[in-house]
Design a protein around this ligand. Structure first.
Ligand code: MG
Length: 404
């Protein structure tokens, strides 16, 4: 079967361009389209002239005035944009009946059997651009990506220069993948963090990764991502990434012992490692289970719960630390494991604890410092007596409610 050729079209600064097209007075000027014209409104599209001054999507009206006092604010008119979109998509539909609108200013077009190669597809792309210019309006510019899968066509369109056209073929695919993970369609910040944890930092590295390992770590979505960057067409691309079911760590102790001080030190390290992973993934867990394995093969487990979710290390370290302190041990311990379960994306809602948001942010800040300057540069007050682990300490303890 002949390989498919897919064209992706994305209008540039769409709503603002339509406004500039409709009203000559707005041309060559910084224009910002807002959902509402009130001072608390937010910008949903801005012209190239406004973007150059930092007036971008998501900026508030008040701030936009500070960035560029000459900004002209226009309230959005969806009916107007839909009308122009219809005309653009009608032009595209003349080249193939396989047109899939993706949003108000983006669409995929699968070119038919008669298009022999990328060169011919490029000619069609340029013709579509020219026709939009001539038949819809000279202020309407677009980026076009052409490739052999839907994902790569959109990726080409996304990385193409504004008002440009980019072809990604099997021959030049590699040269375009030396980019940040988040530049690819379908890889958000959380997914990029998870990939980084696996040692994958660029799209080229994702392409070279082992798909079986990706699937094991990230589920089927990991396999889809690999297919995407390897130019394999997949049918399901709209599934969101799911958080892992559990996060855990374990240590086989260097010293088999029932000595409480030593065990608490290992526990603190275990909790910190697990907590760091939890926070990196922006997750919180409602349960934490500690598992101690004795030399003789027996074991001891303890599960604690937090209705509000565990996020900072202290929240699960403190109760488990007390548990080890109070617990009668049956023998020397050889292995210790900690698992956090009932995971969900972290919420910034203030629950029972008014200071929780502050504590979460402090915990993130501690992680950042430790990531930068090495483990345990800043650490919990609970590690106070564990000199060999804690080099420097900033006391930081909070009380957490937990149910048995
Ligand atoms: Mg666009």
């Amino acid at each position: 079967m002949k390989a498919k050729i897919i064209l992706h079209l994305d209008m540039n600064s769409y709503f603002a361009s339509v406004e500039q097209q409709a009203n000559p007075f707005l041309r060559n000027k910084p224009v910002a389209v807002c959902a509402y014209l009130s001072p608390r409104g937010t910008i949903i599209a801005s012209s190239a002239e406004a973007k150059a001054k930092g007036v971008r999507v998501g900026v508030g009206v008040e701030q936009a005035k500070l960035l560029e006092p000459k900004t002209i604010f226009v309230e959005n008119e969806p009916a107007k944009y839909r009308c122009v979109t219809k005309r653009i998509f009608a032009i595209m539909a003349e080249y193939s009946d396989k047109l899939e609108p993706y949003s108000i200013d983006e669409a995929f077009l699968e070119l038919g059997e008669w298009v022999k190669d990328f060169k011919q597809a490029e000619a069609i792309g340029l013709e579509i651009k020219k026709r939009i210019f001539n038949e819809v309006g000279e202020y309407l510019k677009c980026s076009i990506g052409i490739s052999y899968t839907k994902f790569l066509a959109k990726f080409a369109g996304d990385i193409a220069p504004k008002n440009g056209l980019l072809i990604i073929s099997p021959d030049n695919l590699e040269t375009h993948l030396n980019r940040e993970l988040t530049e690819a369609w379908g890889i958000g910040r959380a997914m990029s963090v998870r990939l980084r944890l696996m040692g994958i930092a660029t799209l080229a590295e994702l392409k070279a990764a082992d798909p079986i390992i990706l699937k094991r770590w990230l589920g089927i979505y990991g396999y889809y991502l690999w297919c995407n960057v390897n130019g394999r067409e997949i049918t399901v691309i709209n599934r969101g990434a799911r958080p892992p079911k559990s996060i855990g760590h374990s240590y086989c102790l260097a010293k088999r012992t029932r000595e409480k001080n030593y065990l608490r030190t290992v526990l603190a390290k275990l909790c910190e490692k697990t907590g760091r992973r939890l926070r990196n993934l922006e997750l919180e867990g409602k349960s934490a289970t500690l598992y101690l394995q004795y030399m003789n093969g027996g074991h001891l487990t303890k599960t604690i719960h937090a209705a509000d979710g565990f996020f900072t290390t202290q929240e699960f370290l403190a109760p488990l630390y007390d548990f080890i302190t109070d617990q009668e041990l049956e023998g020397a311990v050889r292995m210790m494991a900690l698992t956090l379960t009932k995971l969900s994306p972290v919420t910034e809602q203030l629950g029972l604890f008014k200071n929780r948001l502050k504590i979460k942010n402090a915990s993130r800040a501690m992680d950042k410092i430790n990531n930068r300057f090495g483990e345990y540069t800043v650490t919990s007050g609970l590690l106070f007596d564990t000199e060999h682990i804690a080099r420097d300490r900033v006391g930081f303890r909070k009380t957490v409610s937990f149910e048995e």
